[in-house]
Ligand binder design. Sequence first.
Ligand SMILES: Cc1ncc(COP(=O)(O)O)c(C=O)c1O
Length: 435
Amino acid sequence: MKNLNSINLDNKYIWHPYTQHKISPTPIRIVSGNMTKLKDDKGKTYIDLISSWWVNTHGHCHPYISKAIYKQSKKLEQVVFGGFTHDPAITLSKKIIKILPKKLKKVFFSDNGSTAVEVALKIAYQYWINKKKKKKTFIAFKNAYHGDTVGAMSLSSGSELFSVFKELFFKIKLFNYPSTWYGDREIDEKENLILNKIENEFKRNKDIAGLIIEPLIQGSGGMNICRKEFMKKLSNIVKKYNNLLIYDEVMTGFGRTGEIFACKKIKSEPDIICLSKGLTGGFLPLSLTVTTNKIYNSFLGHDFDKALAHGHSFTANPLGCAASIASLSLFESKKVLKNIKFIEKEHYSFSKKLLKLSFIEKIRICGTVLAFEVKGFGAGYKAVLPNKIKKFFLKKGLLLRPLGNVIYLMPPYCILKKELKYAYKIIYEGLEKIK
Ligand SMILES: Cc1ncc(COP(=O)(O)O)c(C=O)c1O
């Protein structure tokens, strides 16, 4: 297909996600991927510094995962998961339960991060009903992002992103997320205030069905990072009131925070965890909502009434499971976790350089994520960095996608030292252009 032709056809037929087509530049046509690199139809390569919307953990087209998918595709590509099962789903569930906190024992499959959250929401809500204690209010955090389906959007209603849909949302209780950064002197005070408010809410409100949080890093809300001490105290409060703690680890899962899961780093055991994105190494859409035996057992009964009315056509797709098994095996080699530590260390060195730029603020790092804010262009989703810096990054072969005035890096774990050094150099040059 000729380049020009194919881009015209894209324009003719395709409606892209999160895109204002009237003003957006023509999309770049990517023809291949190889580890950290993506190649466009003109032969130009880009270092994928955002792991293609945070899914790609081991690099593009990792041969080990490709092979596992191919092998599985010759054996069984798909089968209905109601009343039937298959080895890839069983093996994956066993593997995932082994590395999750001990309390988490039952795996429910779906296809993407938003549905993993919808499932968590439905499980938490019905858990109380099954126990004959109706509760319907969820606690969530300002700037949280839990996905684009209506339930997940309701939980994200503290974000400006979905204001157009707000009349469709169910009500939630919102609290501040105690974001912190280098040199933040008010963090203890901020955290205590939030924890007190949340504890008071649990004390006085008997309608709370669960608390959902992106542990350690709020992704789409601007790569806001909170301390593990806060997370631990928060989890103790939820436990003290015998309520349900839901960790949305759709983004933080699979190494992003420096440990395989954020909950492991915090040393806290949620009642429900949502996983997706890096689950398949970024190859195929798949997600898991994993919960405790206590919750699962409350759904058991002699008729359908107590059962969970949820399922998708592609639930536990065998190819997705095969990709996930392969991706998890790569983590077992230890090399990957070592690379994650290496990326974090490199981020720290670069952040020292960033500290020298007076128009950069709120520098924060957690695992493979480095984020900072550029002053003078507003804040939040509506902030827009000058186009010239975005164009500059692309021209120099960096795939970055700032969130408002927040520039962040979240590379695949296979990134090489020389690639990281190059990225830092170009980012620094780009920043100097807009100061
Ligand atoms: C924390 C979190 N939860 C849920 C989602 C939704 O995942 P998906 O885009 O796969 O529906 C995302 C996506 O960015 C996310 O970051």
